[in-house]
Design a protein around this ligand. Structure first.
Ligand code: SF4
Length: 374
């Protein structure tokens, strides 16, 4: 029997899945890092294209070359211009279909050369978007059939052995880039979509952007935080982890900024580390990102682990590790390298179980298979 392959070509993340020998769906992870989802972001270089988390890494140095959210542009006559770094009207650039085909090609590489696939699309996708999605699959060397996302969700749910549903069901699909709501009728494990509506600007990322706008409007300067009511500030920041402690620290820090630094964030390490909740690591992050000042190397938990595993230091104390790293890494690379180590540490060189057999550094790493050593 031929394997059935399904692809969720998402606005922010994509995934590819197949059925196991028992007919249960299973995601095929990215062999490079074992992640089940792949960022739908594409770095378009002069001679190469990079898809996924690495495309976002590349956007640190070349932000205009990274195309994102091609899915919500599928019906638009726009191209991604690497000159302007955005989707624009015009002919010189990459159509949403071409960008999506690069994402699909990447996912295809996780399999052993699949040719036929089923791709999920929003139920409200217009004909033009559907045609563009099929074109993208063709460009990626695959023949595709489309299935509406809510239909796929209900089909899976209704066919679970333990589930017995009959009647109308509501499918609530809040994705990273879009929101869809669908009503479907299920009878004898057959699904019929009655109606579906969606908004391509109402995904998780849009929520984040709107929240940032609200916070930005209300709290423009340090004095706005300093003079805020703590309970209101907590409420405004309640969507982030440890918001109570963070609200307290922000208010306290901003009072100091107003009183001692004229309401501005100081650009000196010795002044930053005197602020509440700011250690050497945070101070270096602020200096590097906000002021482009590289006074020190940011040693967080991932950099600590990577520096040790890659034999860049024999120390385990963050201050000593920083002293070792600044001696061997050029100053201009401190910020970028620390970001790269953070990403590599999260995706591949994980603390308890590094994925050494997929690691690009395994030829030079002295601690390869460190978790298997006694
Ligand atoms: S080979 Fe293993 S231990 Fe070494 S950097 Fe890669 S993932 Fe980490």
């Amino acid at each position: 029997m031929k394997k059935v392959i399904g692809i969720d070509l998402g606005t922010t993340y994509s995934a590819i899945a197949t059925l196991d020998d028992l007919g249960n769906p299973e995601i095929i992870p990215n062999p490079e890092n074992n992640n089940k989802i792949t960022r739908s972001a594409v770095y378009i270089g002069k001679d190469n294209a990079i898809v996924g988390g690495k495309a976002l890494e590349a956007s640190i140095t070349e932000p205009k070359k990274v195309a994102k959210k091609a899915k919500i542009k599928m019906a638009d006559e726009v191209v991604f211009s690497t000159k302007e770094g955005e989707w624009v009207d015009g002919k010189k650039g990459y159509t949403p279909s071409q960008v999506s085909s690069l994402v699909l090609s990447k996912l295809k590489d996780y399999t052993s050369g699949v040719k036929k696939v089923v791709i999920t699309v929003p139920a409200h996708f217009a004909e033009a978007s559907r045609t563009a999605t099929l074109d993208a699959a063709k460009l990626a060397g695959m023949e595709a059939e489309l299935i509406n996302e809510p239909t796929a969700a209900v089909l899976h749910y209704a066919n679970l052995p333990a589930v017995k549903i009959s009647g109308r069901v509501l499918i609530f699909d809040l994705g990273g880039g879009t929101f869809d709501i669908t009503i479907a009728k299920v009878k004898d494990k057959k699904v019929e979509v009655i109606t579906s509506r969606g908004d391509i600007h109402l995904g998780g990322e849009n929520f984040d952007e709107e929240l940032i706008k609200i916070i930005d409007k209300k709290y423009k300067k340090a004095k706005d935080y300093a003079n805020s009511n703590l309970k209101t500030l907590e409420k405004d920041l309640s969507s982030i982890n440890f918001y109570k402690n963070k609200s307290k620290s922000i208010k306290k820090t901003c009072k100091i900024l107003v009183k001692e630094h004229n309401g501005e964030v100081p650009n000196k390490l010795n002044k930053l580390i005197k602020l509440p909740g700011v250690g050497r690591k945070t101070a270096n992050v602020v200096l590097g990102n906000a002021f482009n000042i590289h006074e020190g190397y940011v040693v967080d938990t991932h950099n600590l682990r990577l520096a040790y595993r890659l034999n860049l230091t024999n120390n385990k104390n963050p201050i000593k590790v920083e002293q070792d790293l600044v001696k061997i890494i050029p100053k201009k690379d401190w910020l970028d390298l620390s970001h790269m180590f953070i990403d590599h540490g999260r995706a591949v060189c994980k603390a308890p179980t590094p994925i050494c057999n997929k690691c690009l550094l395994n030829k030079i790493c002295t601690k390869i298979d460190v978790n298997k050593r006694k």
